[in-house]
Design a protein around this ligand. Sequence first.
Ligand code: FAD
Length: 402
Amino acid sequence: MNSDILIIGAGLVGAAQAVALAQAGLRVALVEAAPRSERLKDSYDGRTSAIAFASQKILESIGVWQRLDDTCAITDIRVCEDGGTCFVHYDSTQVEGGEPFGHIVENRLLRHALSDAVDECEGITQYEGVTLEHLAQDAAQATATLSDSTILCAPLLFACDGKYSATRERLHIGIDEYRYNQTAMVMTIEHDAPHHGLAVEAFFAPGPFALLPMTKNRTNIVWTEKDDMARYLMGCDDAIILEELHKRVGTHLGDFRLTGPRHAYPLRLIKAQRLFKGRCALVGDAGHGIHPIAGQGVNLGYRDVAVLTEEVLKQARLGLDIGASQVLEAYQKRRHSDIESMCAATDALNRLFSNSNPLLKFARDRGLGIVERIAPAKQFFMLQAMGLGGSDVPTMMRGDAA
Ligand SMILES: Cc1cc2nc3c(=O)[nH]c(=O)nc-3n(C[C@H](O)[C@H](O)[C@H](O)COP(=O)(O)OP(=O)(O)OC[C@H]3O[C@@H](n4cnc5c(N)ncnc54)[C@H](O)[C@@H]3O)c2cc1C
């Protein structure tokens, strides 16, 4: 079966990529390993995503943002250190336009919105509960054989199958990898006092601890611990977890209780050494799985989508081969600096803050104090958080169709 683009993986990035291309009139084959009955269960993914302003615009351009009616604006961000005296306080009214930095969106709701958008695109043919078993490329196309023996061909293939991408392995694209010996435990609390749109990132020696404001007086918690301790805590009952949470969260949310299950995500940095080979490109976590310390992973993936869509459509509108090497070379070139700097920044932040060296602790305190006092430095970090730091602004990042 032939299509224009073959996408492996219908996660948060792959599904958005499919919709962007299909809405522009291309025929997309979308292959997803997890059946929808599993993928759309509430318990499948307990995370929320901090969706930066730029990603909101990208999701708006494909009509997905408009389907989300339960998002919570982040209007303040407080960065502090366990026991430290200095903190940085970002206030969105200090940014031109006064837009919120972003919104906290529940991944389960984003998955539903994306899945509905995919279902409504006539140009997308979905293959669910199957995986890529074999991949071949020649001068004209990529050919994928699926686990149910279906054979799919297209001039262009996108691997959107996540950090541990099997497609990337089949393409023999090497990776740079770092195991953090950290696991992020994710849980949600319901509290009595309002959070007023405040997101908090507190640095503890084993790893960062983040409070992300949700609707209906709820807060999502990303609590990072060393792997052994996380394994132990995941086995503890809620009373023990709540006791520790009360020490870390403080009193600003009033009394609170856990709602829903806890989830654990082991953390690794995985960066592909190149973003394409032949007619196949890596998109989203398949190209760059980063530490969640700054809540930027999926935002980086949505910026891949915006650039790649623009390059493919430029070529398609000229009636040229969309899988030609210059398309994917342009994609790799335009994405290089954003990806490199985000991988380096998140890695460096985690190394700097996740330790108890007293000298580093002193330097960190001073560093946060300096950022707080220097207006241009604060402005720089605020724009980065909104996804507006670079000069490359693809059409979708302005909220327009590509
Ligand atoms: C604790 C935590 C908190 C985070 N918070 C944020 C945040 O606040 N903001 C932010 O921007 N990012 C955040 N991230 C990062 C974000 O979750 C990821 O960047 C994002 O999920 C990547 O999406 P993806 O579609 O590229 O990959 P994935 O979400 O991994 O999706 C890959 C898809 O491919 C499918 N698949 C896998 N293998 C195959 C195969 N062989 N064949 C077919 N299908 C296959 C999978 O079933 C899946 O549906 C966080 C990450 C963690 C761990």
